[in-house]
Write a protein that binds this ligand. Structure first.
Ligand code: PLP
Length: 383
């Protein structure tokens, strides 16, 4: 295993402490944040919010992007906007970060878990199809569960570590069963499926700009909206649903206060300028890992053939739980911050009784998958 530690140290030039993923901040971020402070627009309106939303919508190719306080709130609002209601079923993968499932539960809906694909480790379209064929039926416009009779309202695919799910096949299947797609694209800014940006296949999708993501606003998220009118509605409900009026407070539905402050959007604008550099750097790093791991006991997780991944987090699959633990312990001892994958969602107390398909690959990966240090390297020149 020494070669793996040597490889990580080589990538990060023998830094004494190597993080899993850390942001690079320099004078660009400082200048923008200072400008936001001096403008006195530090809160929910300001030029950086509009600029950041415009830049992300142009880059991803959606009609409108709406900045939010974090990725979790972007996902929650996306589900509400997609019509998910208490009592509905929302299908997602059991191998994901807990936020994907928490938002479903907080809406009074129930997550239903299907397995992930061996290609890219996101939601498996085959597993979803198998489940629907056995347990779903169409009742007029609604897809329903044969046993519980609940409406299966939405599917939330998550582009694991930045690797895109097979979105064409998923779109076809969901169209056939009349199920709405809401993409959890929290990890996949800069990842493309057959040339089209992830997060643009569902009617609504969510990005995250948490401190560990490819670009960060400190904390932040964004709703990607395929249609103009959805973008207007997304902005409305995430900003307390207040109707424009010279002085009256008129709110026409139960909205949220999910708006991203201008201070955070200032960081986002500065970070966004570096996105292409980060993508290039992360691809170089993933290639070094990939080469170093050929013919070893560790299997490197590659982007699917149909996609260009942002390689947000590099990952390896170990032969056993024991060898996984050995890698983690050796790395931590050397101040190299690797981490195991999240515990599969159906192992957690709040989702133990959730409906599910066969989750054998999720369970296999749950005890063998490790994320390796993946920060972009420091040399940045974006001007
Ligand atoms: C897959 C996934 N979904 C949702 C989130 C939630 O994003 P945030 O932390 O910005 O709320 C994250 C990241 O943290 C994530 O990785």
């Amino acid at each position: 295993m020494k070669f793996l530690l040597d490889c990580i140290k080589h990538i990060y030039h023998d830094q004494t402490r190597i993080s899993l993923h850390e942001p690079i901040m320099d004078q660009g971020e400082i200048d923008y944040v200072v400008k936001a402070i001096k403008s006195s627009y530090v809160s929910s309106t300001g030029e950086y919010i509009d600029k950041f939303e415009e830049e992300v919508s142009r880059y991803t190719g959606v009609k409108k992007a709406v900045a939010t306080v974090n990725g979790t709130s972007a996902l929650q609002a996306s589900l509400v906007l997609s019509g998910v209601k208490a009592g509905d079923i929302v299908i997602t993968q059991a191998l994901t970060f807990v936020a994907t499932c928490n938002v479903i539960k907080h809406l009074g809906a129930q997550p239903l878990f299907v397995d992930v694909s061996p290609v890219g480790l996101g939601l498996s379209v085959d597993a979803l199809e198998e489940y629907l064929l056995e347990y779903a039926y169409l009742d007029g416009e609604n897809c329903k569960h044969k046993i519980t009779k609940q409406c299966i309202r939405a599917v939330v695919p998550m582009h694991t570590f930045g690797h895109p799910v097979d979105l064409d096949c998923l779109s076809l299947l969901c169209h056939k069963w009349n199920i709405t797609i809401v993409e959890d694209a929290a990890e996949s800014l800069g990842s493309f499926y057959k040339g089209q940006h992830t997060g643009t296949f569902g009617r609504f999708s969510a990005l995250s700009f948490n401190g560990n993501k490819i670009i960060t606003t400190g904390g932040g998220g964004m709703i990607l909206c395929k249609h103009d009118e959805d973008g207007i509605h997304a902005k409305h409900i995430t900003t307390t649903a207040k109707k424009p009026h010279a002085y009256e407070f008129i709110h026409d539905e139960a909205g949220f206060n999910f708006r991203m402050p201008n201070l955070n959007a200032a960081l986002g604008c500065a970070q966004f300028k570096k996105l292409n550099h980060y993508l290039k750097s992360k691809r170089e790093i993933s290639e070094i890992y990939q080469q170093a791991l050929i013919n070893t006991e560790y299997q490197f997780v590659k982007e699917p053939d149909y996609a260009k991944s942002n390689y947000w987090l590099n990952a390896i699959i170990c032969e056993s739980k024991q060898s996984r633990n050995e890698v983690i312990e050796s790395c931590l001892k050397a101040d190299i911050l690797v981490r195991p994958v999240w515990q599969p969602m159906h192992y957690l107390p709040m989702f133990k009784s959730a409906l599910r398909g066969n989750l054998s690959l999720t369970e296999y990966l749950g005890s063998r998958l490790i994320n390796l240090p993946s920060s972009p390297r420091i040399e940045v020149n974006c001007d």
